[in-house]
Design a protein around this ligand. Sequence first.
Ligand SMILES: Nc1ncnc2c1ncn2[C@@H]1O[C@H](COP(=O)(O)OP(=O)(O)OP(=O)(O)O)[C@@H](O)[C@H]1O
Length: 320
Amino acid sequence: MTNLAIAASGLRKSYRDKKGEKVVLDGIDLNVPERTIFSLLGPNGAGKTTTVQILSTLIPADGGTVQVAGFDLARRPDDVRGAIGVTGQYSAVDKLLTGEENLLLMADLKHLPRKEGKRKAAELLERFDLVEAARKPASTYSGGMQRRLDLAMTLVGDPRLIFLDEPTTGLDPRSRRAMWQVVRELVASGVTIFLTTQYLEEADQLADHIVLLDHGRLIAEGTADELKQLIPGGHVSLRFTDDLALKNALTALGRGFIDPSDDDRLTLQVPSDGGVASLRELLAALDAAGIEPAHLSVHTPDLDDVFLTLTGDQQKETAR
Ligand SMILES: Nc1ncnc2c1ncn2[C@@H]1O[C@H](COP(=O)(O)OP(=O)(O)OP(=O)(O)O)[C@@H](O)[C@H]1O
């Protein structure tokens, strides 16, 4: 049986404000297998940060039972803290210090002997491609370098489970990809990652398992592929060299629409799940009618489509 890095059941949290009680987490269950990347995906205000704050012992839950790294969260918070690392939207990096000084400070906080601290700092600077910048103040670092330093600082304590709360928000595409690579390497080295993100592509790229959180409830979960299958929208695009071939194909297949975005009106969109069996069937039907498409492409719905369908269109802006 796979060991669970996180097992949460019936997690609840609400806040009281002038308007009364606001339920932020409405009884959610989470099971995160060790050595996997688990992604909590949701729009602004869905409750992602609150979940991370509870699981990392920063704030108490109002209800539910939680085990983190094998420890009961309510009874053994110190053991949980010793096993986890958290890098949040608000970085722990002190910008007045150099990268190396930040790492040594963290090693002191973790009570590592001086020699061991220096060895660890040097290893992490190397691993996170920060050797050249090691003696420069962190204020001179790019956004991507600061995130890498932040994550390196988290690793000083050798955590088994790392919470990455929106680790690439605001980074350019190249830095985002570099961070993804770092995350993949961490998992390969045996760490478990609990990732929150607003970026669907990020969850698609990294996560073994995704849960969609909306208004404090889990509204869907599965692998990226499983989530994509929850909604319709896949199709095969067939482009023909002339109008007659397109018309014949439409007759032979008995279904399809002319793609309005093709100015030449020579592309047929045929609804399909994009699977091998249905593609084979479609090509056989065209073959039997003696029609050869000039170009074929398969479009499966992406996580954007899933997210927008399941959370409602009004969240289109925050979902990207
Ligand atoms: N201390 C607090 N007091 C009152 N309400 C709070 C408090 N902390 C969070 N909330 C509310 O809880 C809801 C969830 O917030 P949370 O920060 O967990 O969302 P999120 O999914 O992380 O969003 P974001 O992507 O913006 O960080 C929000 O409506 C927020 O206003």
